[in-house]
Design a protein around this ligand. Sequence first.
Ligand code: PMP
Length: 390
Amino acid sequence: MSVNYDTYLSETAKQIQPSGIRKFFDLASSMKGVISLGVGEPDFITPWSVRETTIASLEGGYTSYTANAGLLELRTEIAAYLKNNFRISYDPNDQIIVTVGASQALDLAFRALLNQGDEVLIVEPAFVSYSSLVSLAGGNPIPLSTNAENGFKVTAEQIEAAITDKTKAILLCSPNNPTGTYLNRDELSEISKVVKKHDLIVVSDEIYAELTYDEEYTSITSLEGMYDRTILINGFSKGFAMTGWRLGFVAAPKELTHVMLKIHQFTTMCAPHMLQHGAIDALQNRETIVEHMKNSYRRRRNYIVQSLNNIGLECHTPGGAFYVFPSIKRTGLTSEQFAEQLLLQEKVAVVPGNVFGESGEGYVRCSYATSLEQLQEAMKRIRRFIESLG
Ligand code: PMP
């Protein structure tokens, strides 16, 4: 007798859509000679000192569990990092949890906050995981659309208009994936007024905080009255080129950390011990590690923005991360058609904007975390593709 699995599966889990990015990766990886502007990760290998420290940790036999919240030594380094670079003070003893990537930190935040039907405002275009994580935690993701005309910046008025008696939190991600948009202190300050007026919590995804190119980074947590109502999420993946290490952290008022730690303790136990030693090294050598990569990304950003605009694909200059989000509206193609035809015709992989929410339609995401030579070749191919459309 065959098993009808459908009747066993959770309705919530069934409704989750797989990431739209995957489809293009699978197609691209089956082809030869593809230049990928599709991936959302640094093209750098994790710096040697971090790897060396981790090897020494393994050699030293550090293979046991750590405290659930992570090694106190790492949490102390994280606290110093947040204080020195973002002017926010957290107690390493009860306000910081080391997680398995920023991904797990996001999951903890939503699970700790949400009851069935609670609404979370999500500024779109947005990182693909947010709405699924909110749904899995029983919440309702409510999109707030932005577009190129407003630099993909959400406004305080827009937030206020979307608030209902079910709204519990707003997810902010600055610099943003996929648009690269950075919200500066004044913009965050306007947003924070609405957040305070309506008594919301901010889940602040700051995974690209190290990669801001024109202005000094401001965390919304550091603004007046926001510390008590913000869950700060960050990690090592982007700024430190450590995606495969799966290390991140969450910092929050201790009443919230306490609840997230309960969930973390039962679902994950702790992040890997020897890798936490590597993360300590990363933070201790932060300046040298981050500066060099950041300068390289900045050069590439300037190059790709100028090239795309020259080709006729209008593209705003993003303040951070390593993505540009040019408009492809003039081609008359949908973003899926554009990405598919570009891949098949010219072997350049980009991500169609609609996978980041409805307001992403009409755009594609190009990651510039690839060598300048590859970028130059990709721009040649994209130019040829646009010309072929007539
Ligand atoms: N937030 C954003 C905005 C991201 O782009 C990513 C990775 N693409 C993550 C979180 C997840 O990061 P991590 O590798 O630390 O889980």
